[in-house]
Design a protein around this ligand. Structure first.
Ligand code: SF4
Length: 279
């Protein structure tokens, strides 16, 4: 794989670039972070390097440090490098996620910011092979700033444990980071605005499998066919297999659907080459 220059690694995408890569848009094989569009124009080159340096300083500030890192600091684990096409360390992934989370906390891209107590970015391990994507924060999540901490979250934790994972051994996030009023489903415009966060978040974590919890998550990961059944049918989001299944909040209201959801999760375990623990 060709080496990528530091300026490419630290180049942060502009908002318009994120919008063009939102989950509602056509699939693209273009990596999320690329410096390929800088071109040969020296002025463009200079502007790009300056923007990269600014982003690097922001990143450093988020880490509590100052100045430029040693070159070794950007050596990459293979998994991440394969996924995104450039070199970066786990520390880099976590730092970038921290920067995104800090940006989400100040975000006013959609009207949902008006009602939030806290933005709710994610919980769990970014170096996991399994990510769950839900719809949006509810009351308890908004209060605590953490996804899936209410009753639905407790059920999700039991589902995760039944799969043989620790609660904090997976990564959990939502389509929108701020609570919709009365826990309604996020509007398409809100989901599109918040793709500014979801897309790079999933690209950075780059798990082996994503579980979409509920139709809203499945739709925003482009995994709902135009007609017919959507639950339990494998989809694909930028090369990552996606298993759409019912949301735990729905299962609290309709526990008779726990069985098909467990069947979906067993399919996920097969792809991950894992078996549920013996009970
Ligand atoms: S839901 Fe997302 S896009 Fe809307 S204000 Fe919150 S962080 Fe920003």
């Amino acid at each position: 794989m060709a080496k990528t220059r530091a300026r490419d690694i630290f180049r942060w995408k502009s908002p318009s670039e994120y919008e063009s890569s939102d989950p509602g848009a056509a699939k693209s094989t273009k990596p999320a972070y690329t410096g390929a569009d800088v071109g040969a124009d020296p002025e463009n080159e200079l502007a790009s390097v300056a923007a990269s340096a600014q982003e690097l300083l922001r990143w450093e500030e988020a880490l509590g440090g100052a100045g430029f890192p040693e070159p070794r600091a950007i050596q990459a684990p293979e998994r991440y490098a394969e996924g995104l096409g450039f070199e970066a360390s786990d520390l880099d992934v976590r730092a970038r996620l921290d920067v995104l989370a800090a940006e989400a906390a100040e975000c006013t891209r959609c009207e949902l910011h008006r009602g939030r107590t806290n933005s709710v970015f994610a919980r769990g391990a970014p170096d996991t092979d399994l990510v769950f994507v839900g719809e949006g924060p509810g009351y308890h999540e908004d209060q605590q700033g953490e996804p899936f901490v209410g009753k639905a979250g407790q059920l999700l934790d039991r589902m995760i444990a039944a799969m043989g994972y620790d609660r904090d051994g997976v990564y959990i996030c939502n389509v929108v980071k701020c609570r919709p009023p009365d826990n309604r489903t996020p509007l398409p415009t809100e989901a599109r605005a918040c793709a500014h966060f979801l897309v790079p978040q999933l690209e950075l974590v780059r798990p082996k499998v994503i579980v979409a919890l509920g139709r809203c998550a499945a739709e925003n990961l482009q995994c709902v066919p135009p007609a017919g059944r959507w639950r339990g049918i494998w989809g694909d989001w930028r090369g990552i297999p996606v298993m759409p299944t019912y949301h735990p909040a729905f299962l609290l209201r309709s526990p008779q659907f726990k069985k098909p959801v467990w069947e979906d999760l067993q399919e996920v375990l097969k792809v991950l080459n894992r078996e549920p623990p013996k009970r």
